[in-house]
Design a protein. Structure first.
Ligand code: DX5
Ligand code: ZN
Length: 216
């Protein structure tokens, strides 16, 4: 099953609630929420109060992408704010295994994100404990960047690793995904598609429907 996760980073911040309802009504299954701390990544985006205020707007999956240092410090708070799926960066966790288990004990689905240059082999042992791996296909911190071409090989390699281990782990791809390259990304093995500017620029609902049409 493929899922579309529009990234609110590209939404109009003055109407976040309305825009969440718009992507929900158009059929997007997830809502991608990028949390940035100005330390792991240069930007600061939104945090806990925004997530809890948006929670009543939709029943869709809150796919929370934490681009923050040592996210385990806030694990409980993000779950309480309404996250359904929490993704932490391998590069931001001193104790990745402990972070994953802390989240799991809180009852949410857990993902691990990797920056473009991070080797997927760092997931060798933790992979069976994960629901999802998020591959960054741009350097994290900003929306609207260009998809890094070598990412397609990385998606294929990760898909092979998951298949070889006979696991069911979703592959989410985040950064520079558009209507032009989404088919390549899916063919390489991804099944959760993040799209920020490609959804929120122009007619939001039409864009969501066009993505879903290409995603089968
Ligand atoms: C970047 C974020 C992405 C970003 C994607 O650090 O993790 O989710 O918003 O935006 P686009 O689709 O515009 O590249
Ligand atoms: Zn993201």
């Amino acid at each position: 099953m493929n899922y579309l996760s529009p990234s609110l980073l590209a939404a109009d911040a003055s109407k976040l609630g309305e825009q969440v309802k718009a992507i929900d009504q158009a059929g997007a299954q997830y809502v991608h929420i990028d949390v940035m701390d100005g330390c792991f990544v240069p930007s600061i985006s939104f945090g806990l109060p925004v997530i809890s205020s948006l929670r009543p707007c939709t029943k869709r999956v809150f796919d929370v992408h934490l681009m923050i240092e040592e996210p385990v410090r806030y694990a409980k708070e993000f779950v309480q704010a309404g996250a359904d799926l929490v993704t932490v960066h391998a590069e931001a966790c001193r104790h990745l295994d402990r972070t994953v288990y802390t989240l799991r004990e809180l009852g949410v689905r857990v993902g691990v994100a990797l920056n473009p240059a991070t080797d997927i082999r760092c997931l060798e042992y933790i992979l069976p404990s994960l629901d999802m791996v998020l591959l960054m296909t741009v350097n994290p911190g900003f929306g609207g960047q260009k998809f890094i071409p070598y990412s397609l090989d990385k998606i294929r390699d990760l898909k092979d690793m998951i298949t070889r281990k006979d696991l069911h782990v979703d592959i989410e791809v985040d950064g520079g995904v558009s209507l032009e390259n989404v088919s390549d990304v899916l063919r390489a093995g991804a099944n959760v598609i993040v799209a920020g500017s490609a959804v929120f620029r122009g007619n939001i609902q039409e864009n969501v429907k066009e993505f879903l049409g290409k995603m089968g």
